[in-house]
Design a protein around this ligand. Structure first.
Ligand code: BEZ
Ligand code: FE
Length: 278
């Protein structure tokens, strides 16, 4: 037995785990301790810097509430959410890629008829979203639920502006028929800042990073026997595509937005979703 030293730190801490520790917990914690210690050693962390870090994490926790999850925002802005998502959703070529879920999804959005308008506040440039839900062989997937949500033309989700925006503004669920097709009307989304009035916003400021996300439409596509797809389609040409505050952009998720002449909507954005078996 030896006491804790700078040299034996990691082995000493990890050696304290009891024999009945859950094996996966033991693996994850041992790895976390190893990397935490390596971090402190590599950057020769000062006492003042560690105290600042503790203060930052304390403030991050203190601002959390039922409506606000600053730790997820921290994970998102450090690329951790996208990294864990990538590790857990490796998909074959041709399948639609996942991206970050974000904090603004609401369960049980109204189920709407194909072609319905989800934009209830009359703002923004109208856009027809349409396409198919397919399997890897190109067959239509019937009975898929296409759950969609976006910000309004002012860059806010309905849940950020209760009493200002109509409830369920720019949200809805659409269920595919035998042809796998979905279609709905909404607005061409706009880029917006993630909530930046807390510690994460301060961190971005100190790092010379802006808080903006490029314009996107969120999709959660589920179907019996298929892996859940959490994704967005991004508006091509958006100025923040290459500097998304949460690193959610992927090449394959940038969708066309075509100007429609003389149609019911100003824009049309076609996109097919390809699901992978569960
Ligand atoms: C969103 O796209 O809704 C979002 C994602 C991550 C952090 C904040 C917002
Ligand atoms: Fe979003």
């Amino acid at each position: 037995m030896s006491y804790f030293t700078e040299e034996n730190a990691t082995a000493t801490v990890n050696g304290r785990m009891g024999p009945d520790t859950d094996p996966r917990l033991a693996e994850v914690m041992a790895c976390l301790v190893k990397h935490l210690h390596a971090f402190a050693k590599e950057c020769q962390l000062t006492q003042a810097e560690w105290e600042y870090g503790i203060g930052f994490l304390t403030r991050t926790g203190q601002i959390c509430s039922g409506e606000r999850q600053e730790f997820i925002l921290l994970s998102d802005t450090l690329g951790m959410s996208m990294l864990v998502d990538a590790i857990n959703n490796r998909r074959p070529k041709g399948a639609t890629e996942n991206t970050v879920f974000g904090p603004f999804h609401v369960d049980d959005a109204p189920i709407r008829a194909m072609g319905d308008n989800i934009s209830l506040d009359g703002k923004g440039e109208s856009c027809l979203f349409e396409g198919r839900v397919l399997d890897l062989d190109g067959n239509p997937v019937a009975g898929a639920t296409v759950d969609v949500w976006s910000d309004n033309a002012d860059g806010f989700y309905d849940v950020q502006q209760p009493g200002i925006q109509p409830k369920w503004n720019n949200r809805g669920r659409f269920i595919t028929g035998p042809d796998g097709r979905y279609s709905f009307r909404g607005i061409r989304p706009v880029s917006y800042p993630i909530p930046d009035d807390g510690p994460v916003g301060q961190m971005l400021g100190h790092l010379g990073r802006h808080p903006y996300r490029p314009a996107h439409m969120h999709y959660l596509v589920t179907a019996p026997g298929m892996q859940k797809l959490v994704t967005h389609t991004f508006v091509g040409g958006d100025e923040y595509l290459t500097s998304d505050a949460v690193f959610g952009v992927k090449d394959t998720l940038v969708a066309p937005y075509e100007r429609v002449e003389g149609g019911e909507t100003i824009w049309r954005s076609p996109f097919d979703f390809v699901l992978v078996p569960a």
